[in-house]
Design a protein around this ligand. Structure first.
Ligand SMILES: CC(C)[C@H](C(=O)O)[C@@H](O)C(=O)O
Ligand code: SF4
Length: 468
């Protein structure tokens, strides 16, 4: 008997499809994650319809988006959002949902915490009212962001009606150059294939270079899937993923773990599986990347120059570039290296895990932050913060002049009190460089943690390869 070869995506989506109707599938959900910014309207809807949460054991809640990060912070430190945070905390605790609130040793950014807890495992489906839920596709799961109405439905029925996305494979073969990381791969993909490249698709990252990425780098790569237009990004799970998961609070233990691993090993695309779309990139061609404009696709090699307007693909892109150049106050054709910065931010669910902090600390060690720069490290979780402190990374950062914060989203989206400042330019390890993203009038340059470290010491955008 021959079976039709299936993609990794089909191997997860298929068994989770309870039924199909009018071109949509009823996808059953293994996990629903909640955070303080988007969940309250969903609870309101549940109340109006008198619906309970179907299965609290499948949920997990985190306070991360709207809070302060200064040491000693509490829910009250940012009065603007304190009532929201308080209501959110009451809603989830009243319903018996596990909450990682401020002061909890495992608190952190929802996507970082979900992985650390082993709350998302290979082959699962997971949702959260947050577009960067795709991050944990790195563990070989289908994880994606949803809106508030969908959160209510997901909590009540543990399922959602969805159109089945198309299958896209992005293959990156070859070897990455030194100081080129998962972040650079992601920015290179988005700049090459545009922010629309993955629209309507679930993107599977494959190829020898992807297989060699660490699990945390794969998380960074999958995190940026939504900036590539794709709500879902995933990588086939392998031994690196299995050992990442072993022993985590919600991961199966002992013989149950071994049984799970045996099943997870089947979660790879079959040879000759058909994709609707395929892109490929040569790993060796990727340099440390930096964005110059107001879209993640405005990424160039750090030793490159801002494009000339006549290089735009079409009039719409040209118009967007003109507006972006005026917003970021830079000139076409100018080299990006040497652009002075005011703020350096190492944080966010994109790039604030332990390996990110280690990579940045290697560049920072023994150096000094330029006197014109405010530099901050905001660990992705309280557990990352503790581990970093145990290794002495906080000391390396502090001695160089970095601020060392409590964990939360912070400057990534400036939904709490941390902001970059009007007209100020920030080298940032986050994922979005939109206008006003890091507070009103902020200018953002996306790059990897070592590149932000280099910019902090240098006082301006710098090629980490020449500093290290
Ligand atoms: C607040 C939330 C809805 C938002 C998202 O969906 O991504 C935020 O996390 C972001 O990164 O912009
Ligand atoms: S760190 Fe940034 S991208 Fe991630 S969830 Fe928070 S606001 Fe969104």
């Amino acid at each position: 008997m021959t079976t039709t070869p299936r993609t990794l995506f089909e191997k997860i989506w298929g068994p989770h499809t309870a039924t199909s109707r009018s071109g949509r599938d009823l996808l059953t959900l293994d996990r629903v994650f909640l955070h303080d910014m988007t969940s309250l309207p969903a609870f309101e809807q549940l109340r109006q319809r008198n619906l309970p949460v179907a299965d609290t054991a499948r949920t997990l809640a985190v306070i991360d988006h709207t809070v302060a990060t200064a040491s000693g912070r509490t829910e009250e430190t940012y009065p603007v959002m304190a009532p929201t945070v308080r209501s959110f905390r009451r809603e989830v605790t009243d319903r018996g949902i596990q909450l990682f609130g401020l002061g909890d040793p495992a608190q952190g950014i929802v996507h970082v915490v979900a992985a650390e807890q082993g709350a998302i495992l290979p082959g699962m489906t997971a949702v959260c009212g947050d577009s960067h839920t795709c991050t944990n596709g790195a563990l070989g799961a289908i994880a994606f962001g949803i809106g508030s109405t969908e959160i209510a439905h997901a909590l009540a029925y543990q399922a959602l009606w969805l159109p089945r996305p198309k299958a896209l494979r992005v293959t990156v073969d070859g070897s990455l150059n030194p100081l080129v990381s998962g972040k650079d791969v992601a920015l290179a993909i988005i700049s090459r294939f545009s922010t629309d490249g993955g629209v309507g698709c679930a993107v599977e990252y494959a190829g020898s270079a992807i297989r060699r990425l660490t699990v945390e780098e794969r998380m960074t790569l999958c995190n940026l899937s939504i900036e590539f237009g794709s709500r879902i990004g995933l990588v086939a799970p392998d031994d690196a993923v299995f050992s990442y998961l072993e022993g985590r609070p919600r991961t199966p233990k002992g013989a149950a773990f071994e049984t799970a691993v045996a099943a997870w090993r089947n979660l790879a695309s079959d040879e000759n599986a058909a994709y609707d779309k395929e892109y490929s990139l040569d790993a060796g061609s990727i340099a440390p990347m930096v964005t110059w404009g107001t879209s993640p696709e405005d990424a160039i090699a750090v030793d490159g120059s801002i494009p000339q307007l006549n290089q735009a693909r079409n009039p719409a892109q040209r118009a967007r570039w003109e507006r972006a150049l005026s917003y970021v106050d830079l000139k076409p054709g100018a080299p990006i290296a040497g652009t002075p910065i005011d703020v350096a931010f190492i944080g966010s669910c994109t790039n604030a895990r332990l390996s990110d902090l280690r990579a940045a600390a290697r560049v920072v060690r023994g150096g000094k932050v330029a006197s014109t720069v405010r530099a901050l490290v905001v660990p992705g979780s309280s557990s990352v913060k503790r581990q970093a402190e145990a290794e002495g990374l906080d000391r390396i950062f502090r001695e160089a002049g970095f601020e060392w914060h409590e964990s939360a989203c912070s400057l990534c989206a400036s939904l709490g009190p941390d902001i970059v400042g009007r007209g100020k330019r920030c080298a940032s390890t986050s994922n979005r460089n939109f206008e006003n993203r890091q507070g009103p009038g902020s200018i953002t340059h996306l790059m990897s943690p070592p590149m932000v470290a280099a910019a902090a010491l240098n006082g301006g955008i710098a090629d980490v390869r020449t500093l290290a």
